[in-house]
Design a protein around this ligand. Structure first.
Ligand SMILES: Cc1cc2nc3c(=O)[nH]c(=O)nc-3n(C[C@H](O)[C@H](O)[C@H](O)COP(=O)(O)OP(=O)(O)OC[C@H]3O[C@@H](n4cnc5c(N)ncnc54)[C@H](O)[C@@H]3O)c2cc1C
Length: 490
């Protein structure tokens, strides 16, 4: 087979790989995606067992505007590919030792809720959200949808001016405190930062914009789950002429005279004029490239703030669990010790906050009739040694804890159990230190400070995905690909 000419190889079939591939194919490139696993989606792959269908990674469909904008590049609409349901309530929060609260899709209801927990809370929430919405508009308009080639791009006058409005030198927690004093309510405004791999103390205040995403733009669910989203991107790629090779791991990126020549998999050499690595950045650099071609030495990665890994549990119950909604969060009373164990002193947490996803509340296709599909996520530090004993310990802890939270006996109704953590992130996705999310979103790892989309050492080698700008999360990764395909690959 002739694989020379303007052939382009994409390593990895995550959303970063597929969105870049579709956009480049539309521009006329002849693109092949090579993926080590057996299905599209990267961290969003699907596992099925006894009639339960599990999204193994992402479960929150946020920022629907980003998906619309992406499909519009192809003259399509989201509804050409999948159906979305807006969730209401958005989610339920269980506070330690206190009542649970439901965050609604209706702002007025949320204001009333805040009023019950803090004097003037409703008005304060409204003000906070107004500021979050303003920050979202500035961030999307000026900072996120753009390529940063150099510090000059980052520090141009206009951006510096706009940046001051984003309060990037203030912490998210400090900023939220200016509005809300009730610590539980503040947690509701801050928990989303954990999804971006940070803490409210170390992340810049501009991430208040996540509350606009959550409260104002809403929480959606693609019918069929995030797996349906992965299949939609796969279909779009095929329509654009992208070819796929699954179950094939790339072992080396071939370089000659500082220019990419193709890649080598366990099945042999594939020549290519351009290579886009969607595979985890540290893996690509340190395992697929010879030393002289690495833009970042191993030492660089060891000094970064690595985003959390997670203990994941895919559980199936042969009964419904009444007191859960689709999305549920347990936020421990003092959540600081948990953050300390994730970021400051990597170790296992004692009373962790965790997330319970129950998609069978919305979608009857993901569990047998009368059953409940439950996915648990406990954020933990990357780089820990996740022995079977540790996983079992947390499984036992969660089962007892959930019985307390929901007031329901569920242990005897368990029919599916699978635990997934660091070792699996590494073996499934070649993740550095078993991270779930890549690089944390600290100020020093934002925009121009994230690893570059263009190799500094090898011509025609590019990087897509959550390690690069703008960062973590399916919408961010898709925006990154739009920047890459439009402004970077030439
Ligand atoms: C548990 C979990 C929950 C999350 N929750 C949410 C959420 O609710 N909402 C949200 O928006 N985001 C969420 N995220 C984040 C989001 O899933 C990721 O940011 C995004 O999917 C990353 O996409 P990517 O393309 O960068 O990388 P990946 O999805 O990791 O894709 C990279 C691909 O490269 C492949 N690969 C690696 N090495 C090689 C090799 N040598 N050869 C061939 N292939 C290779 C891997 O197998 C993988 O398929 C979550 C992530 C996790 C893990």
């Amino acid at each position: 087979m002739d694989m020379t000419g303007d052939k382009t190889v994409v390593i990895g079939c995550g959303f970063g790989g597929m969105s870049t591939a579709a956009l480049l194919a539309k521009k006329g490139y002849d693109v092949t995606i090579i993926e080590k696993n057996d299905q599209p989606g990267g961290r969003a792959i699907v596992w099925e067992e006894k009639g339960f269908v599990y999204d193994m990674g992402p479960s929150w469909y946020l920022m629907p505007d980003v998906f619309e904008r992406f499909f519009a590049e192809f003259g399509r609409k989201v509804t050409d590919y999948y159906k979305l349901k807006r969730l209401d309530p958005n989610y339920r929060v269980f506070f330690q030792g206190r009542d649970k609260v439901d965050i609604s899709a209706d702002l007025e209801k949320n204001k009333r809720l805040f009023d019950t927990m803090e004097e003037g809370g409703g008005k304060k929430l409204e003000e906070y959200l107004r500021s979050a919405s303003y920050q979202y508009d500035i961030a999307m308009g000026q900072f996120i949808y753009r390529d940063y080639r150099s510090m000059f791009d980052f520090l141009n006058k206009k951006l510096v001016f706009e940046g001051t409005k984003l309060h990037i030198f203030e912490s998210l927690d400090g900023y939220a405190k200016r509005f809300i004093s009730n610590p539980d309510l503040r947690k509701v405004l801050e928990y989303t930062i954990v999804f971006l791999g940070g803490t409210p103390y170390d992340s810049p205040a501009m991430y208040a914009l996540m509350s606009h995403v959550d409260f104002n733009l809403g929480v959606f669910y693609p019918i069929g789950g995030m797996g349906a989203l992965a299949r939609a991107f796969h279909r779009l790629c095929i329509e654009q002429g992208v070819k796929f090779r699954f179950n094939e791991e790339v072992k080396k990126i071939d370089v000659e005279d500082g220019r990419v020549k193709g890649i080598t998999t366990e099945k042999g050499h594939i020549p290519a004029k351009k290579v886009i690595a969607n595979s985890d950045y540290p893996h690509t650099e340190t395992e697929l490239l010879e030393k002289q071609y690495r833009s970042y030495p191993e030492k660089y990665w060891s000094k970064r703030a690595i985003a959390p890994s997670a203990i994941l549990m895919y559980l199936g119950f042969n009964k419904r669990i009444e007191n859960l909604l689709h999305h549920n969060l347990y936020l421990s009373g003092d959540w600081d010790p948990h953050f300390q164990t994730i970021f400051k002193k990597p170790s296992w947490p004692d009373n962790p906050s965790y997330y319970i996803c129950c998609p069978s509340k919305t979608d009857p296709t993901v569990a047998p009739k009368g059953s409940e599909n439950v996915f648990i996520l406990i954020p933990v530090a990357a780089g820990l040694k996740d022995t079977d004993e540790v996983r079992e310990h947390y499984f036992e802890w969660v089962m007892s804890h959930m019985e307390g939270l929901t007031g329901e006996k569920i242990r005897d109704n368990l029919v599916v159990k699978r635990l997934f953590s660091h070792r699996d992130f590494s073996s499934y996705y070649n993740a550095y230190k078993g991270t779930a999310l890549g690089l944390a979103h600290t100020l020093r790892q934002t925009a121009v400070f994230r690893p570059a989309q263009r190799s500094r050492k090898v011509k025609d080698l590019y990087y897509s995905g959550q390690y690069t700008h703008p960062g973590i999360g399916v919408p961010m990764v898709i925006i990154g690909s739009q920047i890459l395909a439009k402004d970077v690959v030439s």
